[in-house]
Design a protein around this ligand. Structure first.
Ligand code: 0X9
Ligand code: CA
Ligand code: CA
Ligand code: CA
Ligand code: ZN
Length: 417
């Protein structure tokens, strides 16, 4: 690190600066490597994920993943052609700034992303400025005791009115920080825009909008701890549970998750063993009023690959015991319309690879909610960098989903066949 840079950083007010080489990372002596493989099928990708590889992104048959020596041998034995992008530590080191601060803040240059404290502040501000249409509560606490914030936006917000309820959830995966910003944009747009933007006003008056900006606050805070990125995905209970493999519909059924605690797709000891999924599920259960689920539509935001995904994830089949042909068609129609608005690629989630215990399968299978996953920017590239786009993309890449969010809010008023 050059002296000029160090001085500039000190002038910028950082309390403590540690050279990168002096700091140990989350996983010392990490021999895992990031690879890209093109021309893969969904079956190939399911096999790769099942072997223990951590799939980072999939686009047009090209998969980016983290693999150790055993997974690499297994993939080569299947005739797959792996291109090495670099070691996990090496790639994170390249992405991280060459100065680190002791503060629990995003790395230098990415400060526009919101830490947990800053998310809390934004939500409190929304309620302070728009108390007539916004109220803040929580669905419960994370493993480390952070409130899982829930912001409700609607006219007559203190009343439970008979209006379609629409849920937006973000940041199940710790390192997918752009998704938290997506939920914050929804909050900002439907509070600040009320009374001036006619579309926003109409939707706030006729819907109950429910936003959970961070489902995994412990993981997100850990991922930026020390002022640099750790590439962390799971929650922070023990060696971590993959929250998006911990939901209680066909949990662990189909090889779409791992029973090994060290795996990045560890499903937990039982369905809803993670306090974060248990709390969110209990909230959704509580929205059954008079025998009818009030929440009719849901998006769970992830990164990356620029995809719109619908259930089921546990099976390649388009139809299943809880998915008629007409219902599958509606998912496809709505998903395709949303994807046309933002330029993402629409597909059934198992077209990516098999996942079991994912949130959409439970929301739909258990509650009949029109529940989709968005994989946000970028489309591909960069291995782990895909999770850490610079904060300059926050505005354009969250605005990009305004119309899709609007489509879902409108569709929430239409019946499911
Ligand atoms: O694997 C996942 O949990 C999601 N991809 S990510 O890279 N963000 O981890 C995709 C989940 C898609 N499956 C379902 N929605 N069922
Ligand atoms: Ca910030
Ligand atoms: Ca209302
Ligand atoms: Ca209601
Ligand atoms: Zn994710």
């Amino acid at each position: 690190m050059g002296n000029t840079r160090r001085i500039a950083a000190v002038v910028a007010g950082m309390a403590l600066i540690v050279p990168l080489s002096a700091t140990t990372s989350a996983q010392p002596s990490d021999d895992r490597t990031v690879y890209e493989i093109s021309g893969t099928s969904a079956e190939d990708r399911t096999a790769l994920a099942r072997s223990g590889a951590d799939v980072l992104g999939v686009r047009d048959g090209t998969v980016t993943l983290i693999a150790g020596p055993a997974e690499v041998s297994a993939a080569r034995a299947k005739g797959l052609d792996l291109t090495e992008l670099g070691g996990v530590e090496e790639l994170l080191a390249e992405r991280n700034p060459d100065v680190r601060t002791s503060a629990n803040d995003f790395p230098a240059g990415d400060e526009d992303y919101h830490t947990y404290a800053e998310v809390t502040e934004e939500l409190e501000r929304a309620v302070a400025e728009h108390g007539d249409i916004a109220s803040l509560s929580s669905v419960g606490d994370s493993h480390e005791g952070r409130a899982l914030h829930l912001l409700k936006i609607s006219d007559n917000v203190a009343q439970d009115e008979d209006e379609p309820e629409v849920l937006f959830t973000c940041n199940q995966h710790a390192r997918e920080h752009l998704t938290t910003e997506m939920c914050l944009r929804i909050v900002e747009r439907f509070t600040d825009g009320y009374g001036s933007d006619p579309v926003v006003t109409e939707l706030v008056d006729t819907r109950e909008i429910l936003v959970v900006p961070t489902v995994n606050p412990d993981g997100a805070e850990y991922d930026i701890s020390g002022g640099y990125y750790h590439g962390w995905r799971k929650n922070r209970d023990g060696s971590g549970t993959d929250l998006n493999r911990n939901w209680g519909y066909q949990w662990g059924c189909c090889g779409g998750s791992s029973s090994w605690p060290s795996s990045d797709t560890y499903r937990g000891t039982s369905a809803f063993s993670a306090p974060e999924t248990a709390a969110l599920a209990a909230f959704v259960d509580s929205r059954v009023v008079g025998g009818e689920q009030q929440i009719t539509a849901h998006i769970d935001f992830h990164t990356y690959s620029e995809l719109v995904l619908w259930p089921f994830g546990y099976t390649y089949a388009d139809t299943a015991p809880d998915m008629t042909r007409e219902q599958a068609q509606r998912f496809q129609d709505v998903g395709t319309a949303m994807a046309a608005s933002n330029g993402y690629t629409p597909q059934q989630s198992s077209d990516l690879y098999i996942t079991d215990g994912s949130v959409n399968d439970w929301m739909w299978g258990e509650h009949g909610i029109l529940s989709l996953t968005f994989e946000m920017y970028p489309a591909s590239g960069g291995g782990l960098d895909g999770f850490y786009p610079p904060d300059e993309v926050i505005e354009p890449e969250t605005r990009r989903n305004d119309e899709a969010v609007q489509i879902l809010l409108e569709e929430a008023g239409n019946p499911m066949p």
